[in-house]
Write a protein that binds this ligand. Sequence first.
Ligand SMILES: [Zn+2]
Length: 263
Amino acid sequence: MSRPTPGPFHAARNGPQPGPRTGAARPAEVRCAVCGTESRQSRFRPVPPEGAPDLDLRPGEPLRGTMASWLQQCPHCGYVAPEIAHAHPAAIEAVGTAPFRALIADATHPPLARRFLAYAYVLEETGALHAAAEATLQAAWAADDARKPDLARAWRGEAVALWRAGPPLDAEQTVRVVDALRRAEAFEDAGTTADQLAATHPPDAVAGVIALEQRLIAMRDAGRHTVASALPPPSRRPHASQTSIARRGTSLWDRIKGFWRRG
Ligand SMILES: [Zn+2]
């Protein structure tokens, strides 16, 4: 499946990723690709996280606290994307639909969460189900921050449904499904999914996190935990000498660990 997600969100897994160019966003006049309205928008420049990510790979600070800058929104038509100057043809249609209008107008949802849900809807309409899952999980993060646990649980459940509706998930993504289920208090589903993944003998980093998930699920712990609780110190980790392990060295988990260990 092609992934039409534009802009910095190409990191469909974990929101904006730290890139070589970091620093303050510079506002500029941007023409909305859906309605043509010009507005002043900032293009987000990610800053590398220094703290450990959560088990669902929500990045550590300072990146964690920048969610309000991850998406642009057209003030006229409400189109939401990392860069509203670009739009998938299906996104242009989606913005005009009643469900989209309802999502951006729903005052019972925290405004930031609304933006991520609207983006998730656009992505789903373009067929990018895993990217839509990611944006829905990010809506749940916004609900966490707004202290709306019921909404956060519901949106984690929706994110899992979108992940499962898309192409097969790799081991890293399956850990995130387990974490979303656990935090949504769907402990039975979380436990079954965790056990299935553990039985496949996944890479070390994944195995460490899944073991922690299994302990948390057994304790009915639906709280937030970071990958720092799950991973052994770097000196105790095996050397990446074999080809298969070296390949794992480029995995998302390893890159993320690399970011926060520098801090
Ligand atoms: Zn617009």
